[in-house]
Design a protein around this ligand. Structure first.
Ligand code: A2P
Ligand code: 11C
Length: 339
């Protein structure tokens, strides 16, 4: 029997992509039902050539569902995920609300699928910047044990949501027409600019986005000894986060070892032909499923160090796809009780 699936936040940027991914992967559902707030209730969303009517999310919405995929913000997840779990659903939540709860597994299926076994009815999907990085870190950590990571990110505006996509489009068009620009979503102009500021600043001088990368990486990799320091930067790119990652390992790895290991790992495509100017770029990775890795080279300033460049579509592997892959893995491991 196939599970009945609720998609909460189905009118949002990630929710719409979830429906697309469910359709593309022919997810084995008996029914898919889209939910939103009262604002969008009654509107239609496309699924398998049909138009599904969006339903307002209420406390009794989860009766008869087996799986609920959430991407409707932290507030909605904090309130409704426990209600859904109590109604017998397994919740896969894309918000940051439950990620660091020790009772809730934080899962990237290529990295720590075994953590799904102890789920209490809620499973958290990590932050997009963390997901693409840990997929590439996992084979390196298994082989050579990672001691320290220094990462700088170049993050697309779609990570902020639809409003930010519109802000970048509008600013570019106004600047080309000699008009002044207004910044509503970001504190400064994002067009033709880079902002070293994602989410709010914390007391230690880092942003919340940077600290998510520190804390989520340790939880997913199951190793608190990994040291990580991050600088997260918003760049005028629509889709696809890029990351410059420097890794120090306990054991020596050559660039060739590293390239081979990454190329053989599920979910990774290595594009590393600098002599042909072939390396991962956001514009090529947008709309794709894999994590793309290139510029793999040894750090010549330390004994055991590797530098690499990691790019992935933040809305797909960074959000919608990883959520759906978690649901697929739950089914494969017989961890969903279909009513
Ligand atoms: P709505 O369209 O009714 O606002 P995004 O992150 O792209 O802004 O999308 C957020 C998604 O979360 C939308 O589908 C939005 O629905 C949904 N959402 C926001 N608040 C709630 C809520 N209280 N209950 C259910 N869905 C919500
Ligand atoms: C960004 N990474 O690009 C953020 C978006 O914790 O799920 C996702 C925030 C999160 O702005």
């Amino acid at each position: 029997k196939n599970p009945r699936v609720a998609v909460v936040g189905a009118t949002g940027a990630v929710g719409r992509e979830m429906l697309k991914v469910l359709e593309q992967r022919d997810f084995p559902a008996s029914e898919i039902v889209p939910f939103s707030s009262a604002r969008s209730a009654g509107t239609k969303v496309p699924y398998k050539g049909e138009e599904l009517t969006v339903i307002e999310l209420k406390e009794d919405s989860f009766e008869g569902f087996d799986i609920a995929l959430f991407s409707a913000g932290g507030g909605t997840s904090t309130k409704f995920a426990p209600i859904a779990a109590k109604a017998g659903c397994v919740v896969v939540d894309n918000s940051s609300a439950w990620r660091m709860d020790p009772k809730v597994p934080l899962v990237v299926p290529e990295v720590n699928p075994e953590d799904l076994e102890w789920h209490p009815g809620i499973i958290a999907n990590p932050n997009c910047s963390t997901i693409q990085m840990v997929v590439a870190l996992k084979p390196i950590h298994d082989e050579a044990k990672i001691k320290r990571i220094v990462v700088s990110t170049y993050q697309a505006v779609s990570g902020t949501g639809q409003k930010a996509i519109t802000e970048l489009e509008t600013q570019v068009s106004r600047l080309f027409n000699g008009k002044d620009v207004v910044s509503d979503v970001y504190p400064h102009q994002i067009a033709f600019n880079c902002l070293p500021h994602i989410d709010v600043f914390e007391d230690n001088g880092y942003t919340k986005e940077e600290m998510k990368m520190v804390n989520e990486t340790k939880k997913i990799m199951g190793d608190d000894s990994i040291k990580l320091t991050a600088t997260a930067v918003r760049v005028p790119v629509f889709y696809g986060h890029s990351e410059s990652v420097n890794i120090e390992t306990e054991e020596k790895l050559t660039a060739v070892d590293c390239r081979n290991m990454l190329a053989n790992f599920p979910g990774i495509t290595v594009i590393d032909y600098p002599e042909k100017t072939h390396y991962p770029m956001a514009i090529d990775c947008a709309g794709e499923d894999d994590v793309f890795v290139g510029r793999i080279r040894e750090d010549e300033t330390i004994d055991n160090g590797i530098n690499m460049w990691i790019v992935s579509d933040n809305i797909r592997k960074g959000a919608a796809l990883n959520t759906v892959q978690i649901a697929e893995t739950l089914i494969k491991r017989d961890l969903v009780r279909v009513k």
